[in-house]
Write a protein that binds this ligand. Sequence first.
Ligand SMILES: Cc1ncc(COP(=O)(O)O)c(C=O)c1O
Length: 402
Amino acid sequence: MPLNAEELFSERALGFKPSAIREQLKLIDTPEIISLSGGTPDDQFFPIDRVIEASTFALRQYGKKALQYGSTEGIKKLRVLLMDRMEKEGVNSIDLDNVIISTASQQGLSLLAQIFVNPGDTVIVEEPSYIGALQACASMQAKFCTVALDKDGMRMDALEDRLKELQKAHIRPKFIYTIPNFQNPVGVTMTLERRKKLIELANKYDLLIVEDDPYGEVRFEGEPIPSLLALGGKDHVVALRTFSKISFPGLRLGWIVARKDIMDKIVLGKQAADLCSPSLTQYIAYEFISRGWLDEYVAVVRREYLKKKNAMISALEQYFPAGASWTNPQGGLFVWVKAPEHIDTTAMFPEAISAKVAYVTGIAFYPHRDDNCHMRLSFSPVDPEHITEGVHRLGDLLKSKI
Ligand SMILES: Cc1ncc(COP(=O)(O)O)c(C=O)c1O
């Protein structure tokens, strides 16, 4: 008799849902389709020779240590380097005990969900929000309380309304999850005023904020805005950062900043999850950063992504029908498009694939799966010429439906 694994799966695992993006990516793995869907960095800019040099040096210099298990917290000199980097951004309330290397941000999200969320607990999220964060919380059987976004990021009036409602119902949310810079999927950035208000509300209602910021350094226009961690300190903020978008996701490295009592639990959770992040890539990252190559690489990314973003916005203006609208981000990877009234972007997806262009359906980013009029377009992995062509194809498809 073959084993029936269904009978053995935990309730948690039975509730797992596939990521719509990964499912959609499977359909578009053919070169004729212009894919504006993946949130991946453009690998043509990866400085392979420098990575080879940093890797060779790391292996020669740290050989056995680089190939060995490391401490759960991560390699000390890398953590010190990251702490110094954050200090330059105005984060000065932390020391080494507050910084841990994670297996990129997704692990940070999954550890936080694990240490805070009991089945049925409430987590406050922006609507729409990053799928991976929703998945991490949903896998711990969280309930989502959603807060609308506008061009200035999470709406603080809506958040305050939600907090009052929750308080009335005697529900204490476990944390507020926000992506303040170039939000995934919407591309908007929370203003300084709203960041201050968020810190104020976190203090007033005694709440924890999870600040997920993979894109802040990928700013190609405008002035940087201080992080929630810099503004509010670590008492009410846990910060997640990653190398994935400022360098290479293949490193699978990120870092978490948290106060000591929370960090102690994160360390225990990480021990259970993977013991430690890869020593080898940590040494490579250390060499890459300390030679100044990360900063040089980020400068290239900013310059090139601005060209891509401009190509996308110009093409949207030229080819999309009246009634469509979109965000115009100052950084990051994504433009969020609202289709003209009555066009269902989920139903249209197979037609887009037939027209040889792909996007991510807006519904994927809604915890309650109730939006069918948006699509996320990513400009990062495609060159400007193909961005223009892809948007042209999509525009024609939309016009054919009006
Ligand atoms: C907002 C956000 N957080 C976290 C991640 C996870 O990235 P990684 O695990 O590669 O650091 C992503 C990836 O796209 C993201 O957009």
